[in-house]
Design a protein around this ligand. Structure first.
Ligand code: C2E
Ligand code: MG
Ligand code: MG
Length: 707
């Protein structure tokens, strides 16, 4: 029955297949742009349509090769065949529309498509040729393998090209459609080799003639060679980044590509973003249209960098950029604004839901874990959305989207937030603080106060901690809690930190001129961790004010140290090399601090206030402090208790052997002159009586700051 086949029907089948594949590109693109609520309905409709197409192609192929099948038809089996065809459509459409295409998912869906393809054929055969054939095992396995290969190829192709909107998109689609159609035809030829006919005398006979086999090989060869050719020539060109880049070419007028693209992620950079934003705003003004600006910030990206290193951080950014790029629609635009910040411009936002759909897709894009260099990394992102022109002009729009993004972070991250009246108010407040902080830096409204540390046993002065204060023109003296976070957020913290360091060195130098050997503790901020030149910078400032290394100790909060372990260790070795001492501030808040301490080369730990407040009241708190002090001593570390507020606490801490004490009980933080006065008084008392007196600290209560 395979002795003849109709080449004209085969050609028609090839053309019909190519047409169906071409139409499938449209289905995939439509699904890609669909909002989540419409997605499943559309998926069902499109799967049915693809199923119908495949059914028709198979029907034609059956006709082309097997004329004698056409005598009787079983509608039941035809229906089953149609069901399997729909299943092929579903697996290809759904998988191609996923945000990521991990290998296992590709293989599973390829298998589903291949086996369903085999199912179509088997049920077609049953429908047309009941009991006149038997299924041969080896050819079946071969046919299924070819079918799976074609399934995988079509999934990859649709996945790659779903958002491809370049100038040659129709030719590219047509080309791939023909390729997949050849694949389908070869699959069908391979299927035909799976049936052996059972003749009237009950003996099996080889049903294939040599021209048929030649034809199968020719088709498979053409298919394999064309596929290999495409993979080699187009692979690089078809990754989603490039796809979107083709889009952007028309919208950015930057001549040098380096000026407009971020070299790491290949997304447009801030320059290009600003240009595009201006053009898009002009377009909106002209047409009376709206657009949305979405500020996207990765949550917890820094710990990734710190834990796995910058190389992994970079690779993660590249993958994140790819996923974001796939998550947006063709009418949208995405750029990397710097660091872990991305900005999307969403066009065609006639309905609120269309923004929500895209923004949600952006958030979902990073939900699936990343596998980078053997590490499984889970992150999320927070998105702030502002709408042009509703939420203000371009400048205001950026601030608004940024403020909305911060609100999303504040609300618990991994979510989006639209700019609204509440944020407007908070954002105005932040803008006010920003301006005031800038003024404060320029007008030098900052000042340092110093809180003495005392040696527990002898009451001798052990130095002081430098604490930053802002002499606000209308609000008076402000402690860091009111402004450090804002300073970090607006990027002023480096300037403030540098000022603190210089001022501390100046004070040590001044103390020296006043006959005082002063050693100061300086708090380091989170940002300073990342500054590779930190130690060099510290050394240069120390040199200017002739401060010896033993007069400075740098406090790093335990929380920052634990969240940035790798960076912290690197930093510690640099400090050690420069003979600079490091103290772990607010120690004891994390359960694993004790074991962690073993591996660190620090000089001091500062027990958190929460321990101090309990030592006089609870035996358990005292026991913990006792244990920590013993362990720290075993590791050769000095232990300082901060937040000492009463005589009872002082006495309790004394029993533990804690080396130094600091707290309101002795003195609140005071300006430099008052600190010097305390030292003079202590020294005078000492030269007179041979001992230091706590009352010399206490007496100075009158000088203490009111904050
Ligand atoms: P910290 O380094 O743990 O500083 C100790 C804080 O406890 C200071 O708060 C101090 O005034 C307060 N304190 C001292 N004795 C007592 C006491 O007996 N009872 C209580 N309840 N509190 C006491 P302050 O000055 O408000 O500083 C808060 C935090 O701000 C500091 O915590 C430090 O992390 C940060 N900070 C202070 N100065 C700087 C600075 O120059 N640069 C940076 N980056 N951060 C700073
Ligand atoms: Mg401190
Ligand atoms: Mg502290």
């Amino acid at each position: 029955m395979f002795s003849e086949f109709s080449s004209s029907i085969m050609l028609i089948s090839l053309m019909a297949g190519a047409l169906a594949c071409f139409a499938t590109f449209g289905f995939v693109a439509s699904l890609y742009r669909a909002s989540p609520d419409k997605y499943s309905k559309l998926l069902i409709v499109y799967s049915l349509l693809v199923g119908l197409g495949l059914f028709a192609i198979h029907f034609m192929n059956m006709r082309a090769f097997n004329h004698s099948y056409m005598n009787e038809l079983s509608y039941f089996y035809l229906l089953l065949a149609f069901g399997f065809a729909t299943s092929v459509g579903y697996s290809v459409l759904h998988t191609a529309n996923k945000l990521t295409l991990p290998l296992y998912s590709l293989i599973l869906s390829g298998l589903q498509a291949g086996l369903s393809g085999y199912g179509i054929f088997i049920f077609f055969s049953k429908a047309m040729l009941e009991n006149q054939y038997e299924i041969l095992l080896l050819p079946s396995l071969l046919a299924i393998a070819i079918a799976v290969g074609v399934g995988i190829l079509s999934i990859i192709t649709y996945y790659w090209l779903k958002s491809y909107d370049g100038a040659h998109r129709y030719s590219v689609r047509a080309f791939f459609s023909i390729l997949i159609s050849i694949g389908i035809l070869s699959t069908h030829l391979a299927f035909n080799t799976c049936l052996g006919s059972v003749n009237t005398y009950g003996a099996d006979s080889n049903i294939l003639n040599s021209s048929f086999i030649t034809m199968l090989f020719a088709m498979v060869l053409i298919f394999v060679f064309l596929t290999a050719f495409i993979v080699v020539v187009f692979y690089d060109k078809l990754n989603p980044n490039i796809v979107k880049r083709i889009n952007f070419r028309n919208t950015t007028s930057v001549t040098n590509p380096l000026d407009s693209f971020d070299p790491l992620t290949k997304l447009p950079n801030r320059n290009a973003l600003n240009q595009h934003l201006k053009l898009a705003a002009k377009r909106c003004d002209r047409l009376g249209d709206s657009m949305a600006l979405a500020y996207i910030d990765l949550d917890h990206f820094k710990p990734v960098n710190d834990t796995f290193g910058h190389h992994v951080g970079d690779l993660l950014l590249v993958e994140v950029a790819e996923r974001f790029n796939s998550a947006i629609r063709n009418c949208d635009y995405i750029a990397r604004a710097g660091g872990d910040e991305f900005v999307a411009i969403l066009g065609e936002i006639n309905a609120h839901e269309s923004i929500v759909a895209v923004v949600q897709r952006i958030i979902d894009a990073v939900k699936e874990p990343f596998f980078i260099e053997g590490h499984l990394i889970e992150i999320s992102c927070s998105v702030g959305v502002a709408i042009y022109p509703r939420d203000g002009n371009l400048e205001k729009l950026k601030v608004s989207a940024d403020a909305a993004m911060y609100k999303a972070k504040e609300n618990g991250r991994n979510q989006f937030r639209f700019y609204d009246a509440e944020i407007e108010q908070a954002s105005d407040e932040m803008q006010k603080i920003r301006k005031e902080l800038l003024d404060a830096i320029e007008k030098e409204e900052f000042t340092l106060h110093f809180q003495p540390k005392i040696v527990s046993k002898t009451h001798a002065p052990a130095g002081a901690e430098a604490l930053l204060r802002w002499n606000h023109p209308s609000k008076g003296l402000l402690t860091p809690i009111y402004f450090i976070e804002a300073a970090e957020r607006f990027g002023f913290i480096d300037r403030i930190n540098n000022w603190v360091l210089t001022e501390a060195c100046k004070t040590i130098n001044m103390a020296h001129s006043n006959g005082i050997q002063l050693s100061l503790s300086v708090n380091l901020s989170r940002q300073q961790f990342r500054n590779a030149q930190l130690v060099d910078h510290i050394k240069s400032v120390m040199e200017v004010y002739q401060v010896p290394p033993q007069n400075l100790i740098f406090e790093i909060s335990e929380t920052h140290a634990i969240h940035n372990q790798n960076q912290f260790k690197k930093l510690l070795s640099k400090f050690k090399f420069a003979h600079l001492k490091v103290s772990i501030d607010d120690f004891g808040l994390h359960p694993f601090s004790l074991t962690y301490l073993q591996n660190l080369e620090v000089s001091e730990v500062k027990l958190d206030k929460s321990f101090t407040s309990g030592v006089a009241k609870y035996g358990s708190a005292l026991a913990i402090v006792d244990a920590v002090v013993k362990l720290a001593h075993a590791l050769n570390l000095t232990v300082v208790a901060e937040g000492v507020e009463s005589e009872d606490q002082r006495l309790a801490l004394l029993t533990t052997g804690c080396d130094q004490l600091q707290g309101y009980y002795f003195s609140k933080p005071v300006p430099a002159e008052q600190l010097f006065a305390i030292y003079h008084k202590l020294n005078a008392h000492y030269s007179h009586s041979g001992e230091f007196s706590i009352s010399d600290y206490l007496d100075l209560e009158a000088y203490s700051e009111e904050v």
